[in-house]
Write a protein that binds this ligand. Structure first.
Ligand code: HBI
Length: 98
């Protein structure tokens, strides 16, 4: 799979909310905060189902109601459209919970 071109990157990242580039790595990161652990884990469960369906999995770290997410495509060693799509799905699910 091909990483995003510079112009695709600029255009697609501009459409995301609250995601930032990771220093020293072609990846994007966002810190999600939910009402409580139950909400955080419910969100992770929904995302996990989509990740399996997309065959595209996040790198994430959860403590109580916080989930730190990093997205990158390992097979491409960088950002691809799959990462953008996963970020959009994550934001959609989070909007429904908070
Ligand atoms: N998830 N983020 C990410 N990047 C990948 O390249 C990737 C994945 N999940 C599954 C997957 N690749 C498989 O297609 C390969 O490991 C075979």
């Amino acid at each position: 799979m091909k990483p995003l071109s510079d112009s695709e990157r600029a255009e697609l990242l501009a459409g995301l909310d609250g995601w930032s580039l990771v220093e020293g790595r072609d990846a994007i990161r966002k810190h999600f905060i939910f009402d409580d652990f139950n909400a955080a884990f419910a969100w992770m469960t929904r995302v996990a189902m989509v990740a399996e369906k997309m065959d595209h999995h996040p790198e994430w770290f959860n403590v109580y109601r916080k989930v730190d997410v990093t997205l990158s495509t390992h097979d491409a060693n960088g950002l691809t459209r799959r990462d953008i799509e996963m970020a959009q799905r994550m934001d959609q699910f989070a909007a429904g919970l908070n």
